[in-house]
Design a protein. Structure first.
Length: 309
C-alpha cells in the first residue's frame, strides 16, 4: 500500500482493502447525512495468543453480539459475524499485531433509480438499501498484560446531554465530543457525564468509557444500564462476569464525589484509575487497591483466556 500512512493504517470499504487515502464513500450515504449507522472498536493483541500464535481480537463474540444488537435496533440488515472476517483481513493485510480496529456499518446510499428525488434525503429510509461497511486498523502500544499498574487519567465532570438510547453504539457522538472538548478545556483527559433523572443527578459513564466507583461505604458499583442511558460496554460486561463484588445500581453525583476510588472501563482504557475529579484528588491522586485488583484481573483474563474471554 502506498501513501502517507503506508504500513501504518489500512482501510476497508465495502469488500475491498485499500490505503486510507483511497477510501471513498458517497456523501449521500445516510451515515453522513443522518449519522444513521453503528460502530464497534476492537482491540487486537498478541497477548493470550500463545507461542507462535497469531494476533487476535479480544472478546470477539461479545463485540459481534453487541453489533448485532445495535444493527437490530436500527433495522439495518447486515450479518454482524462478518465483522470478524473483515477484522482478519485487516490484521493480515496490515501485519499489525497490536492494533485497534474501528468498524462501522451505515444504512447506505439511496440510489435514484426508480425512486422519487426526495428519497435522497428522507427521514424514513427508503427500503432495500445496501449498507456501507467501512473499517480501518491502526497501531496501538503493545498490551503488556504483565504490567499490573492501571493507567491513570484526570477527569472533569460534564453534563450528559445525550439521547435516551445510548445503549445503541451509534456513530452519532456529538454529546460525547462536546463533553470531551469541554473537559479538555478544563485541563482534563476525559469527561465523566452527569445526567439529570427523576432520581436526581446521576453519573452515567465516561465520554468514551464506562464508569465504576468504590463508594464511601466500600461498595463497588457500576451504573446499571437502565439507570442512565449508557453503552453496554464489553469491558464492563467482562468485569461483571468475573467479579461477583461488582454491583450494578444508581451512582449519584454525591456517590461519585465522595467515592474512595473512581475508574473508567473500556477497550482502550482497560481499567483506568481516575486520579483527579474536577481538580480534586481521588484516592490521594493515585490508583486505589480495588482499581488495581480489577485491572490486574482483566489483564490476567486477556493473557490467558484466548478467544473465550
Ligand atoms: N468507546 N461508553 C462509551 C460512551 C464508549 O464510547 C465506550 C467505548 C465505552 C466502553 O465500551 P467497550 O468496553 O466496549 O470499549 C463505554 C470506544 C472504544 C470508542 O468510541 O473509541
Amino acid at each position: 500500500m502506498r501513501g502517507v500512512y503506508a504500513g501504518v493504517v489500512l482501510a476497508y470499504v465495502n469488500g475491498e482493502l485499500c490505503a486510507p487515502e483511497a477510501a471513498r464513500v458517497s456523501p449521500f450515504d445516510r451515515g453522513y447525512l443522518f449519522a444513521d449507522g453503528v460502530y464497534e472498536a476492537l482491540r487486537v493483541t498478541m497477548a493470550g495468543a500463545g507461542a507462535g500464535g497469531d494476533p487476535r481480537v479480544v472478546a470477539p463474540h461479545r463485540h459481534v453480539r453487541r453489533l448485532a444488537r445495535s444493527l437490530g435496533a436500527l433495522s439495518i440488515p447486515w450479518p454482524a459475524g462478518e465483522m470478524l472476517t473483515v477484522a482478519k483481513q485487516l490484521i493480515e493485510g496490515s501485519r499489525l499485531s497490536e492494533a485497534l480496529i474501528y468498524f462501522q456499518v451505515t444504512r447506505g446510499v439511496p440510489g435514484l433509480a426508480g425512486r422519487a428525488p426526495q428519497a435522497l434525503r428522507t427521514h424514513v429510509p427508503p427500503a432495500g438499501l445496501t449498507p456501507t461497511v467501512f473499517a480501518f486498523i491502526r497501531p496501538m502500544p503493545r498490551l503488556d498484560t504483565a504490567e499490573l499498574a492501571p493507567p491513570t487519567k484526570r477527569c472533569a465532570t460534564g453534563a450528559d446531554m445525550r439521547w435516551l438510547r445510548c445503549d445503541i453504539k451509534s456513530i452519532a457522538l456529538l454529546g460525547n465530543v462536546l463533553a470531551s472538548v469541554q473537559a479538555a478545556g478544563a485541563g482534563a483527559e476525559e469527561a465523566i457525564l452527569l445526567r439529570s433523572t427523576p432520581l436526581g443527578r446521576v453519573a452515567s459513564e465516561g465520554s468514551l468509557t464506562n464508569l465504576a466507583v468504590v463508594r464511601a461505604d466500600g461498595v463497588l458499583m457500576t451504573p446499571a444500564l437502565e439507570s442512565a442511558s449508557i453503552l453496554p460496554g464489553i469491558t464492563r460486561e467482562i468485569l461483571l462476569d468475573n467479579n461477583t463484588d461488582l454491583a450494578e445500581g444508581v451512582v449519584t453525583e454525591a456517590d461519585l464525589r465522595a467515592a474512595r476510588e473512581v475508574m473508567l472501563l473500556g477497550t482502550t482504557a482497560a481499567v483506568t484509575a481516575v486520579t483527579h475529579l474536577d481538580g480534586a484528588p481521588v484516592h490521594d491522586g493515585g490508583a486505589g487497591p480495588i482499581t488495581r485488583r480489577l485491572h490486574a484481573g482483566l489483564m490476567e483474563l486477556v493473557a490467558r483466556a484466548g478467544e473465550d474471554i
